[in-house]
Ligand binder design. Structure first.
Ligand SMILES: [Zn+2]
Ligand SMILES: [Zn+2]
Length: 347
């Protein structure tokens, strides 16, 4: 048994990733070992590599859309067996004792859930993500990939999938809903597919016409170019929900909240490196709208989400790269190549 793995690590801001041998976390009987087959690339990985959200503890192995095959399980592990195909998302542990954890929202643990990289396990070991050949961690945050879903397709559900599924679910999206999906990229395209699968009418929203054809192909029932006044007027008070997966620095609340039907919900999952503008309380009150946020999802929601995606045969749009071409993949990601999520594959 080996206690090391080979990862593609960031060693400093702006430097290419380099392959290095690092220590897996200390084994305990709640652990599972995974041979990684695939890992998605998420904007959060790039923010962390670049210290865009704060200091990074280098060397940092990013990647939190991890899929692979279980090679070892501890004595206390439940539900997961050697040989299972499984995935891991952006969080991998929580305190299990606080109010949020006890209520089944371990993802927003009051003591801060352990993130899959650039964080520490409760035992003090560093967490390392999926740009690697192996991963070791607590079974409570490891989820089974359904039989009819490939590892390649599964990867991006573990962050992009749960990040968009959870708000749609919390917002009670159903066949009566009219959901505007703001930002059509890695997150937004999966949001569209999930909202359609939940029966909603879905309107793609972007700041140009560049994504209009993609929105059509994804099954959108309409499209708003947010720069075009006629588009915004046409949908005034027509949307029951807006799911914000991305927007520009010139964002203002009023034009978007005016798109909402009475009691509408603006659900945000976007964390830019800048602050949203202030809001005039009158804007909220006049139409009884609300603004909410979600942070990925709980372990229970994770398994529910991946099962739902498999049942409805939801297929993400992905670009596949060899793990060894990771620096090329990240360069393409930074260049904003669309369509839509990037997945690394170990040979
Ligand atoms: Zn992510
Ligand atoms: Zn907790």
């Amino acid at each position: 048994m080996t206690d090391t793995f080979t990862g593609w690590a960031a060693t400093a801001k702006g430097e290419p990733l380099v392959q290095m041998e690092l220590k897996l976390r200390t084994w305990d009987e709640d652990c599972v070992d995974i041979d990684i087959t695939h890992c998605g690339i998420c904007a959060s990985d790039i923010y962390t590599i670049d210290e865009g959200w704060g200091p990074t503890d280098y060397p940092c192995v990013a990647g939190h859309e991890i899929v692979g095959i279980v090679t070892r399980v501890g004595k206390r592990v439940k539900k997961i067996q050697v040989g299972d195909r499984v995935g891991v998302g952006p969080e991998c542990d929580s305190c299990r004792e606080c109010g949020a954890c006890k209520d089944g929202f371990e993802n927003v643990c009051e003591k801060f859930a352990t993130t899959t990289y650039n964080s520490k396990w409760p035992n003090g070991d560093k967490t390392y993500g999926g740009y690697a050949n192996k991963w070791r961690g607590d079974y409570r945050w490891v989820f089974k990939v359904p039989n009819n879903m490939s590892n390649k397709d599964a990867a991006c559900f573990f962050c992009a999938g749960i990040t968009t599924y959870a708000p749609l679910k919390h917002g009670d999206v159903n066949e009566k809903s009219v959901v505007g999906v703001l930002g059509i990229g890695g997150l937004g395209h999966i949001a569209i597919l999930f909202a359609k699968a939940m029966g909603a009418t879905v309107i793609g929203m972007s700041h140009s016409d560049k994504k209009r054809d993609y929105a059509d192909d994804l099954g959108c029932d309409g499209y708003i170019n947010t720069e075009v006044v006629e588009d915004m007027v046409k949908y005034k008070h027509k949307l029951t929900h807006i799911l914000c997966t991305g927007t520009g620095k010139d964002f203002e609340w009023e034009p978007y909240l005016e798109l909402l039907h009475v009691n509408g919900k603006f659900m945000n999952v976007f964390i830019p490196g800048w602050k949203f503008p202030q809001i005039d309380p009158f804007t909220l009150i006049i139409n009884q709208v609300s603004i909410s946020g979600t942070a990925v999802g709980s372990p229970a929601e994770m398994q529910e989400m991946i099962n739902f995606a498999a049942e409805r045969e939801i297929k993400p749009w992905i670009n596949k790269y060899k793990m060894s071409d990771i620096n090329k993949a990240i360069a393409d990601f930074r260049a904003g190549l669309p369509k839509f999520r990037f997945v690394l594959e170990n040979e």
